[in-house]
Ligand binder design. Sequence first.
Ligand code: HPA
Ligand code: ZN
Length: 326
Amino acid sequence: IADLNFLKALPKAELHLHIEGSLEPELMFELSKRNNIEIPFSSVDEIQAAYKFHNLQSFLDIYYQGASVLIHEQDFYDLTMAYLKRCREDNVVHTEIFFDPQTHTERGIDIGVVIGGINKALCDANNDWGISSHLILCFLRHLSEDEAIDTLEIAKPYLGLIKGVGLDSSELGHPPSKFQKVFAMAKELGLERVAHAGEEGPTEYIVEALDLLDVSRIDHGVRCVEDEALIERLKQDNIPLTVCPLSNTALCVYDDMSQHPILSLLDRGLCVTVNTDDPAYFGGYVNKNYLALSESLNMSKEQAKKLALNSFKASYISETEKQKWA
Ligand code: HPA
Ligand code: ZN
């Protein structure tokens, strides 16, 4: 069984991390004071006590509320730097970071402030610690496609800093088909495409993301287990899944980690990877997610190595970079 020391020593990439979901209660509290933003909690303990979720939406409500303390470029820098420190501790040497511009522009924050702060931290971590990264701009799927198109438009001056687009927030009732136009525009602009699908939503949403949005990765995707033909397609077409074990148990996708299908999908030859999603809310960073698989699913060292290798294979680093980790 792969123990913590073994897992720590493995170089890893993270491919499914919402930077707003890395806002730890301590920093949330500090920023609420620094920026004079009211949050409905009077202590770090009260914040932590509120983190009991029963589905995706019950989490999202608290997650968007938490993000309201982020105002200045320095706040986005501090948020991102705190996450990158955890990458360093966990031997995560490459990370592909989601951010939700609409969560901030809706509050009157300029997208340049958001991207500027995040990017400065990414540059510092690259220079100081050799951690490489890409940024992925996510559209909030509970909002309209027109609003997603507006967001892509205001991001145009910053496209040099953005690798791709993604789709997140409330999945049920907001199928990928709703965003066909904006994903076609993103493709035209040379951006990579990913989408959350098959976390709470049905297998049809995974198929739509592939057919209509032309994505090259699926975020979560765990409900593919319900459709044999889809599993075969994901395997044949080499579509990676960015799986988030501790997120799935925190949001009650599975009652217990022992029910998680990630290792059986791995053994069936799918390119599954291990990620944190929203580590400040779901109880742990990358190594803790790997460790949970060892503890609950008896993950072997070979399986852990394969998962770490998959994280580089599934990433958007260059083929020469990939050789380094092969
Ligand atoms: N699913 C959808 N939207 C999200 C998530 C998630 O797991 N985390 C942050 N936004
Ligand atoms: Zn996610």
